[in-house]
Design a protein. Structure first.
Length: 529
């Protein structure tokens, strides 16, 4: 009876103060440590409870253990060796957020939102995943192989991936498509981004038009996004503002500096464009500065601040929301504590939007107006492009997907380059000459098909009929990457990219397109292409 009396917690007032709540939590931990029947790892329990607290708030607040802290910052800072993905852990499931451009995972065909359920045949779903455990599974010495099993919609697929050094560059490609029109693909907003962008612009020959490709750019450092927008807007214009209950409103305003204040501008986005990418595209759209082409962006508009904890761990806590200059909230709707439902809703949304333009509906309550020409744009989460282009899967087949997943094309190109690189370098000293003159002939394609058969991918005549040109283009692009650089790859692959070609069409007929999509009082809804 005496022990029972001792264990009884003191009564609290009906509206407990913060101090009382903290004392209550501390007493629970004390009682567990002193009286629980078995040995208790109090530190582990506290870490788990902090993780649970973060999950009860919003989809983007989270706890970082001291073991994970250094690795969490690597995508914005340095290099590592592994399979090249940005990931998240949701309900003990490993989800691919973005395959890093040019990395091993992208090369074999992993996609954003794939769920990795097994690594080398061993189940990892529901096993108490942590960031540290994921790093230990996926990272490793360059050249080593692993097989990941992913769940994509209702399909379960195996991918063999060869680990490689993952350079954390921001600019994946920068080249002049033709005189006066430049293309710049940015994969993330990192510390080095503006330096890389400045170097790219220094190599351009004073272009009058620019394609800024932010597709699959999951964001990064917000100040870098502000600096990038500042290159495009005149002085004194609002770029982005943040609002929160406990922090002052902050506004970023453009300056009179910048290298592309008046040129023709097209920005490409898709469902993988998030956060900082949405700040850039939202500001460009709201100021009628350029045409946005692609698919609706992710809708990640919550601002996190990092708070260090006393043991070297940290939390990234949502403190405010991003708003575009017109007042649109970037963040997609969510319910507190329902993170899994948030991502399910996202998958459902993009599954319909990527292929079915008719599914895109906007209520009048989400209407906003641009700040120069008073055009109608829409809120509700993410940035809706001015010209919407559904995903084109007409050249994909089970055969092409199997070849990519098995790494057959990569293996073929690697072997081909071992034998022919010196000859190719002499024959094609520039990417322009390579692009114009090199073709993947029937013999080369047949060798790739034969390699596929050896790797367990049977020849499929129907699949070749559907995907033959696409596969040849991919082979050519990978050879260009080996001969030149990442820009060489995109110079080849962009030739058949519908979104890129729509951007070129807009820039080459700028007067027509700017009048139609940026003109004053254009109250029509987004145009579907």
């Amino acid at each position: 009876m005496a022990i029972f009396t001792f264990l009884t917690c003191a009564s609290y007032a009906q509206a407990p103060s913060f101090d009382n709540i903290m004392r209550k939590y501390g007493k629970v931990l004390y009682l567990m440590d002193e009286y629980y029947i078995d040995t208790v790892n109090i530190e582990k329990l506290v870490n788990q409870s902090i993780t649970g607290l973060m999950q009860a708030l919003d989809p983007h607040s989270y706890y970082i253990s001291k073991e994970d802290y250094k690795s969490m910052n690597e995508p914005l800072m340095g290099n590592f060796e592994g399979i090249g993905i940005e990931f998240s852990i949701l309900e003990d499931t490993l989800i691919v957020v973005t395959p890093l451009s040019g990395g091993p995972s992208e090369k074999v065909g992993l996609l954003s939102r794939d769920r990795i359920i097994r690594v080398d045949g061993n189940n990892i779903a529901g096993t108490g995943l942590t960031n540290e455990k994921v790093y230990s599974l996926l990272r490793g010495q360059k050249g080593t192989k692993l097989t990941v099993t992913i769940k994509r919609d209702n399909a379960v697929l195996d991918f063999e991936i060869v680990r490689d050094k993952i350079p954390i560059n921001s600019v994946d490609a920068a080249y002049e498509v033709k005189p006066g029109i430049a293309y710049l693909k940015l994969s993330r907003f990192a510390q080095s981004s503006m330096m890389e962008i400045n170097e790219a612009f220094a190599k351009f020959n004073k272009p009058h038009s620019l394609i800024l490709d932010l597709r699959n750019n999951g964001g990064g450092l917000m100040p870098i996004a502000v600096q990038l927008v500042d290159q495009f807007l005149g002085a004194g214009k609002l770029i982005v503002y943040t609002e929160g209950m406990h922090v002052p409103t902050q506004r970023a305003i453009s300056t009179d500096g910048g290298y592309f204040k008046t040129g023709n501008l097209v920005v490409l986005i898709d469902e993988g464009s998030a956060s900082a990418s949405e700040i850039v595209s939202g500001a460009i759209q709201d100021w009628d500065r350029g045409i946005i082409i692609g698919r609706r962006s992710f809708g990640k508009g919550l601002v996190q601040q990092e708070f260090q904890l006393n043991d070297g761990s940290a939390i990234r806590l949502t403190i405010s929301r991003y708003h575009t200059p017109s007042g649109r909230a970037i963040q997609t709707h969510y319910e507190k504590g329902k993170t899994e439902q948030y991502y399910k809703d996202f998958y459902s949304r993009i599954s319909s939007e990527m292929f079915n333009a008719d599914s895109i509906k906007f209520p009048d309550s989400l209407k906003y107006n641009t700040l120069v020409n008073n055009r109608v744009v829409y809120g509700g989460g993410g940035i809706m492009p001015d010209i919407y282009i559904p995903l084109d899967t007409s050249q994909y087949s089970k055969y092409s997907n199997a070849l990519i997943r098995k790494g057959v094309i990569l293996q073929y190109v690697s072997a081909y380059m071992d034998k022919n690189k010196t000859t190719l370098q002499k024959k094609y000293p520039t990417v322009e000459e390579f692009k114009k003159s090199f073709t993947v002939d029937a013999n080369q394609f047949g060798q790739m098909v034969a390699l596929g058969e050896k790797q367990g991918v049977p020849k499929d005549e129907q699949g070749i009929k559907i995907s033959g040109n696409y596969l040849k283009k991919r082979i050519k692009a990978l050879i260009a990457r080996n001969l030149f650089n990442e820009s060489g790859y995109f110079q080849i692959i962009n030739e058949d990219d519908i979104t890129f070609n729509k951007a070129m069409e807009a820039l080459e007929s700028w007067q027509k397109y700017s009048s139609e999509y940026l003109g004053a009082q254009q109250n029509n809804k987004t145009v579907i292409r």
